[in-house]
Write a protein of this length. Structure first.
Lengths: 210, 210
């Protein structure tokens, strides 16, 4: 059982010049429970080297390591799984290549995609954007905590909420039924990554205890 | 045993608006013996769809289908192998992910890389650029037929020559000992792809008969 509480996703452009390794080490120290390597630029060789370092970090920390889109990178470094968007490898193909022991997550914009992902054998969905976000300028319109709540009611796999989530609104997302909160800028762009992750994690735990 | 004689590599920008499927169908009709899908742009989903169509085409034609760089795409469509550059997945990792039954090729600029590729378990090397080429502006300096001949003498796996090869110089490349000729622009940018491939194939066969 994966603890989806605080799912931190890399973004080289938002990291203030800090390496993914540096940012994620701090995020994990602050309480990140899952980590995703998301990199769209650079060579395959560079991605493998970076992912290998993050694999080592997450193994030592005992938390799951997910690779965005690139099943080849995930296989090369023995990641715990992949996360695929609607424009990436179809989930059933990713499942076939990774095998039953790995985690496959799917990004969904709406209920229909969430139901499809569940049917396709996804282990979890990343649902959103919940709120407006600058990280993905091409994202679909925000679904809000209401849209999220509907997805949480209708699918039985864990729903991780993503898109514009921060310390102000994380509690509402957990209250809507999300298994956890996925963040990019709220954590990786923070001046103090560890402290920010810690506060977010506390907010999530407090909201869940309610 | 793969017939490396005429190895045609896709390039969307050079194809005069024609689809990879259209260009490669004509190239195969003209005598291409191996096909490589090389695509650096677009989503993983688009690549899988394109590669799937090319997999079908090459299967019907009975010729090997190789995917450049992306082992995930190769696995998804059951390609016959991958071709990796020095900045792509290391050959031993590609071999591990693809299994022993698939073909792994490696791009090499010089003899040292060729010997390393052979040691890494590559099934063939793509050596070059032989001549100056506009297709890869970041390519290493041309090694010429002399540099090619040295690589052919020193490695025991097939050496496919690449870089600036056309109807004028293909015979010299075969004379230097190459198992075949890899072409991008000479074929995919040709107004009549089929006729061009046919002439190149004839030149290669004639050079080999000498």
């Amino acid at each position: 059982m994966i603890d989806w509480s605080l799912y931190v996703i890399t973004d080289a452009k938002l990291s203030r010049g800090r390496s993914h390794l540096e940012v994620l080490r701090a995020a994990i120290a602050g309480g990140a429970t899952v980590v995703q390597y998301r990199e769209k630029e650079g060579t395959t060789r560079q991605m493998i080297e970076e992912a290998r370092a993050l694999r080592e970090l997450t193994r030592q920390a005992g938390i799951p390591f997910i690779v965005n889109d690139r099943v080849d990178i995930a296989l090369a470094v023995d990641a715990d799984g992949v996360h695929v968007g609607q424009d990436d490898m179809p989930a059933p193909v990713a499942r076939r290549l990774l095998g039953p022991g790995k985690t496959v997550g799917v990004s969904v914009d709406n209920l229909e995609q969430a139901l499809q992902a569940e049917q396709d054998g996804a282990d979890y969905v990343g649902a959103g954007p919940i709120f407006a976000t600058l990280t993905k300028p091409d994202a679909a319109p925000p679904i809000g905590p209401e849209g999220l709540a509907e997805i949480c009611r209708r699918v039985s796999i864990p729903v991780v909420a993503i898109g514009g989530i921060n310390e102000e609104n994380a509690a509402a997302v957990i209250a809507a039924g999300a298994a956890g909160v996925a963040v990019v800028s709220a954590v990786v762009a923070a001046p103090d990554v560890e402290a920010t992750a810690r506060r977010l994690r506390e907010i999530i735990e407090a909201a869940r205890a309610r």
